[in-house]
Design a protein around this ligand. Structure first.
Ligand SMILES: [Zn+2]
Ligand SMILES: [Zn+2]
Length: 458
C-alpha cells in the first residue's frame, strides 16, 4: 500500500449522543442591546440537531466530522446572507463548512441591494432580506434605505464566525471558488488571501496554473491549503485525460449537488464514476501523476427555504476521520484519504490493510445496501477511441476505453464487506449504493450513495 490508508479496521459504532445540559452557546450578537424588547434571536442551532451532531470518538480518539467543501452566499451568486448559510449547516448536523464564493473572499466592506438580486427575484418572491432581519435582528443586521433603495452590508467571515463556531463542534473555513476561463472552476480551502484566476491557453494549462498558484500560497502562507477541481462535467469542460495530466492535484468532485453539472454524463460523456477510473488508470499506470480522490459537495446557492431550486444545500458532503476539528487536521486527513464522500449513506468505517479493503456501513432500518469494489488490473488494455457525434465528427469528450478499466471486482449485498487483493489490481476503491431514495436529490429517483477512496495495490 502506498497511500495513507493503513490504519486498523475499527469497528467502533459511531454513536451519536447528546451534550445534555453542557452545551455552550456562542456570545449573543445583541448583548449590548439586551434591554430592547425585540425577541431573542436564536442564530445557533435547535436542540434536536445539536444532539445528533455531537460526535463521539472511537477507541483511538478519532471522530468522523461532517463537512461541506463547496458553498455560495450573497458574497457571490448565492441567494442568502452568510450567517443564514452558516446557520443552515450548523443546524443540519455539519461540523465544518468552507465558504467558497466565486473569485472572492468574505473580507472587506461590501454593501448590496438584496431586493434587486436576480437570485432573490427568482426565489418565488421570497424576500431574503426580511428573512435575514427576522432571524438575526435589527441590532445585528446593518442596512439603510436611501431614496427607496435598500442597502445591506454583507458581514465578513471574521465578524460573524463567532456566532456559529464552537471548538470540537463547528468550524468555518475560508475558501474560494477560483472561477476561470473555459468553465474551469477550482476550490481552494483554508486560504489566507485572495487567489486570482490564473488563466492559460488550454484547459490543462488553466487547471495547472491554478493548482500551482494554490501550492504557492500554501508555501508562502504556511497554511495547509487544499485545492480541488469542481464539477468536471459542467459544460463537459474537463475530460478525464485533462485531469489525468495535472500535477499536484489530488481531489475532484465525483458528486456535486448543483443540477446543472451532469454528474451522470450523457450519451457522449461518461458519468463521473467511470471518469474517476479512467483518471486513476491513466495517472497511476501511464503518467506517474499519483492518486486522485473523490469528493461529494452540494455547491449550494439557494437557502431561502423554497425547495424549487437547482442548488439546494445538503445533497452531498464528506465525512472526515480526524482527531481534532481544525483546518489543519481536516485538510491533513483529506490529503491522506481518511474520509468518504456521501450523499446520505453513513459508514462505521472503511480501511485498506496490506491485503484487503474493508467497508462497514452504519445501516438504517429497512434499507438495503450494495458494496462494490472497483478497480483496474495492472495489466490492462489502454487503447481508446474518440467519441463522435451523429455526423461522425469528433467531440471534445473523455475517450472510450476498454471495460477492463474501472471494473467491479466484487459486489456484496449487505452492510459490511471485505475485498482481498489478488495483487493484480492497480488500485481498488469502493462504492456503496443504498436503496434509500435521496430526500433532496440531484436527479429524480437518485438513491443515497457513498464513495471511499482508492488505494494502490502492490
Ligand atoms: Zn462552479
Ligand atoms: Zn460553485
Amino acid at each position: 500500500m502506498k497511500t495513507g490508508l493503513k490504519k486498523g479496521f475499527i469497528t467502533a459504532v459511531l454513536l451519536m449522543i447528546g451534550l445534555g445540559g453542557a452545551d455552550a452557546q456562542s456570545a449573543h450578537p445583541a448583548d449590548h442591546a439586551s434591554h430592547h424588547t425585540h425577541k431573542t434571536v436564536d442564530y445557533t442551532v435547535d436542540p434536536d440537531t445539536r444532539e445528533e451532531a455531537t460526535p463521539v470518538p472511537d477507541e483511538e480518539g478519532f471522530y468522523w466530522w461532517k463537512g461541506n467543501l463547496h458553498t455560495h452566499t450573497l458574497w457571490s451568486d448565492g441567494d442568502h446572507f452568510p450567517e443564514t448559510v452558516a446557520k443552515w449547516y450548523r443546524n443540519n448536523g455539519y461540523h465544518f463548512l468552507s465558504l467558497s464564493d466565486h473569485n472572492t473572499l468574505q473580507t472587506g466592506d461590501k454593501w448590496i441591494q438584496p431586493r434587486l438580486s436576480r437570485y432573490a427575484a427568482s426565489a418565488g418572491g421570497v424576500d431574503v432580506f426580511e428573512q435575514y432581519l427576522e432571524e438575526f435582528g435589527k441590532e445585528w443586521v446593518e442596512f439603510n434605505r436611501k431614496d427607496d433603495t435598500l442597502q445591506v452590508r454583507l458581514k465578513p467571515l471574521s465578524e460573524y464566525r463567532h456566532l456559529f463556531e464552537e471548538p470540537g463542534r463547528f468550524l468555518l473555513i475560508q475558501g474560494e471558488e477560483i472561477t476561470d476561463e473555459k468553465v474551469i472552476h477550482m476550490n481552494a480551502h483554508n486560504i489566507g488571501s485572495f487567489i486570482e484566476p490564473q488563466g492559460g491557453e488550454t484547459v490543462r494549462a488553466i487547471i495547472q496554473n491554478n493548482v500551482n498558484a494554490v501550492h504557492k500560497h500554501q508555501k508562502e502562507s504556511g497554511r495547509p491549503v487544499l485545492p480541488h477541481l469542481n464539477h468536471p462535467n459542467f459544460h463537459y469542460a474537463v475530460t478525464a485525460e485533462d485531469l489525468a495530466h495535472i500535477s499536484g492535484l489530488r481531489f475532484f468532485e465525483v458528486y456535486n449537488g448543483h443540477r446543472g453539472v451532469q454528474n451522470y454524463g450523457d450519451e457522449h460523456h461518461v458519468d463521473l464514476d467511470r471518469y474517476w477510473d479512467i483518471v486513476l488508470t491513466l495517472r497511476l499506470a501511464h503518467l506517474d501523476k499519483g492518486i486522485m480522490y473523490g469528493l461529494a459537495t452540494d455547491d449550494a446557492h439557494h437557502y431561502d427555504g423554497s425547495t424549487d431550486h437547482t442548488a439546494l444545500p445538503g445533497r452531498g458532503w464528506v465525512m472526515v476521520k480526524a482527531r481534532y476539528l481544525t483546518p489543519r487536521h481536516i485538510i491533513t486527513a483529506l490529503k491522506k484519504g481518511d474520509y468518504y464522500a456521501t450523499t446520505g449513506v453513513t459508514l462505521r468505517d472503511f480501511s485498506a490493510r496490506d491485503k484487503e479493503y474493508l467497508v462497514e456501513i452504519e445501516p438504517e432500518e429497512g434499507i438495503d445496501y450494495k458494496i462494490q469494489f472497483i478497480g483496474t488490473p495492472k495489466d490492462h488494455d489502454i487503447s481508446s477511441e474518440e467519441v463522435l457525434d451523429e455526423n461522425g465528427k469528433p467531440i471534445r469528450a473523455t475517450r472510450t476505453y476498454s471495460r477492463e478499466i474501472g471494473q467491479v471486482y466484487r459486489e456484496v449485498e449487505g452492510t459490511q464487506a471485505k475485498y482481498e487483493y489478488t495483487g493484480d489490481e492497480l488500485y481498488v476503491r469502493a462504492k456503496i449504493i443504498s436503496t434509500k431514495k435521496h430526500p433532496n436529490p440531484f436527479q429524480e429517483g437518485e438513491t443515497e450513495m457513498a464513495w471511499t477512496q482508492p488505494v494502490l495495490v502492490e
